[in-house]
Design a protein around this ligand. Structure first.
Ligand code: NAD
Length: 479
């Protein structure tokens, strides 16, 4: 792969500015590659290439042919899983086994959407006598995708896979902190037979290339994943062109554990839901709400598990890798120093291994107990391996705590009581609810998205295809 270039029209092209952005390995803090610093001129070039593809070969391809190209891409990605996993692990710092899961995940996204491409259809609607009314689902045209650094492969796959299957041509602005795997996928997509311009990648800073994409009048839909503040800024920019935006903005997701739960089953899931990807997961289970009678015994078991966690470089494949950047590390430190200042007790923490390079961005997984519900640690997204434990008294109290943040992305419910499972599931405000499990292994098939400040619109599953299409109603009067 050539460095410091964008991928536009199935070619590597020089950045308009000829400026670069250093790529840092979070495991050792060292620069190991350069990205192109894209600007409005690069975005414009990519949007024009996408428009030509949409009005040309890609827009005119049959749904079945689109599916065939995406299926070939899924096969090619699967064949390159090892290479992609190594690239992703180095770029993001995540342990190699997690990166393998992500690389297998993106192959699965393209496989799923390849199969869905020719199963997307409208309806016929009952209307007055003498009419036949039907709906058809049409692509938006050129879609913009702003992708974050935490799961470059997976988030790219879920958004671009669905957009391409629905017949759109895409312009992607991946995150400046980690996007090498996405550039490689673009090359593989050309190899799979995706026509020129159907998929274009412009690297660069959010405030520069990202903002240029959000403002571009040639974009017909934007899919954004990242922070609530940037999401709101993107919506405002897109509003000038009346462009619809899908937002996936993270969460402060509760895991609600009742005293009758199967603790043996719950324990490893409660730990992995916050430690996976060093807690830098929008759907991380970052709050554990425990029924008071079980609070101390479960905290003891959680503390034991946290104390055993090991943190180190991605290649050592331990429980947890480094955070993405010095900025993210400082953010987590700020939260933890607030906890200390406000007297919030640390129940346990893991260990950064001695071999971890000094210049890497490491943070030991940390379990905090009795976090006051009004404290920022209980309400704001830390985006690090920090789990906040809180006791509750009854179902009403559990729901009040669970719904007591601005977010609403995912909730976990742990209980053997079937009635309670459904009472809580119906009343908790979140886009996904998992009962006696959490995350359901990624679940490509399962619609995903939030309520409140977690965003709006749905990605994943068949539902995502509706978001990447517009419905046209055709009424025929035939007497
Ligand atoms: P961010 O929202 O600033 O960045 C996400 C993406 O948006 C990146 O590609 C970035 O380049 C782009 N971007 C930034 N400013 C932009 C702008 N003005 N216009 C258009 N695009 C822009 O997030 P961050 O600074 O990388 O991380 C900050 C916090 O965001 C994290 O601590 C975490 O809480 C949250 N976050 C959430 C997710 C998620 O999956 N929901 C992912 C990453 C970060």
């Amino acid at each position: 792969m050539e460095e410091a270039r964008h991928f536009i029209g199935n070619q590597w092209v020089a950045t308009a500015s000829h400026e670069t952005i250093p790529v840092i390995d979070p495991s050792d803090g060292q620069v190991f590659a350069q990205l192109g610093r894209g600007n409005a001129a690069d975005i414009d070039r990519a949007v024009q290439a996408a428009r030509r593809a949409y009005e040309g070969p890609w827009g005119q391809a049959s749904a079945a042919d689109r599916g065939r190209v995406l299926y070939r891409l899924s096969m090619i990605i699967a064949a390159h899983q090892d290479e992609l996993a190594h690239l992703e692990a180095r770029d993001t710092g995540k342990p190699l086994k997690q990166a393998h899961t992500d690389a297998a995940g993106i192959a699965r996204y393209f496989e799923f959407y390849a199969g869905a491409a020719d199963k997307l259809h409208g309806e016929t609607l009952p209307y007055q006598n003498g009419f036949t009314v039907l709906t058809i689902r049409e692509p938006h045209g050129v879609t913009g995708h702003v992708v974050p650094w935490n799961y470059p492969l997976q988030i790219f796959g879920r958004s671009v896979g669905a957009a391409l299957a629905a017949g759109n041509a895409c312009v992607v602005k991946p995150a400046e902190d980690a996007c090498l795997s996405i550039l490689r996928i673009a090359e593989l997509a050309a190899e799979a037979g995706l026509p020129e311009g159907a998929l274009n990648i412009v690297t660069g800073y959010g405030y520069e290339a990202g903002a240029a994409l959000a403002r571009h009048p040639g974009i017909d839909h934007i899919s954004f994943t990242g922070s609530p503040a940037t999401g709101a800024a993107v919506v405002k920019m897109a509003a000038d062109n009346h462009v619809p935006v899908t937002l996936e903005l993270g969460g402060k997701s509760p895991q609600i554990v009742f005293a009758d739960a199967d603790f043996d089953a719950a324990l490893p899931v409660l730990v992995s839901a916050i430690v996976q990807n060093a807690g830098q997961t929008c759907s991380a289970g970052s709050r554990v709400l425990i029924e008071r009678s079980a609070y101390e015994p479960l905290l003891e078991r959680l503390s034991e598990a946290f104390s055993a966690l090991k943190v180190g470089p991605s290649k050592l494949d331990l429980d947890c890798g480094p955070l993405i950047s010095a900025k993210q590390q400082q953010r987590v430190w700020d939260f933890l120093s607030d906890a200390q200042h406000d007297g919030i007790a640390m129940a346990a923490h893991g260990e950064v291994i001695a071999e971890a390079p000094e210049a890497g961005f490491y943070q030991a997984p940390t379990l905090l107990r009795d976090v006051p519900p009004a404290h920022r640690l209980a309400r704001e997204e830390v985006f690090g391996p920090v789990l906040c434990a809180m006791p509750f008294d009854d179902e009403a109290d559990a729901l009040k705590l669970a719904n007591g943040t601005d977010f609403g992305l995912v909730a976990g419910i742990w209980t053997r009581d079937g009635g309670r499972q459904m009472r809580i599931a119906r009343k908790v405000r979140s886009g996904q609810v998992f009962i006696n499990n959490y995350g359901a292994g990624g679940g490509v098939e399962l619609p995903f998205g939030g309520v409140k400040h977690s965003g709006h619109g749905r990605e994943k599953g068949f539902e995502a295809l509706y978001g990447f299409t517009v419905l046209k109603t055709i009424a025929i009067k035939h007497g």
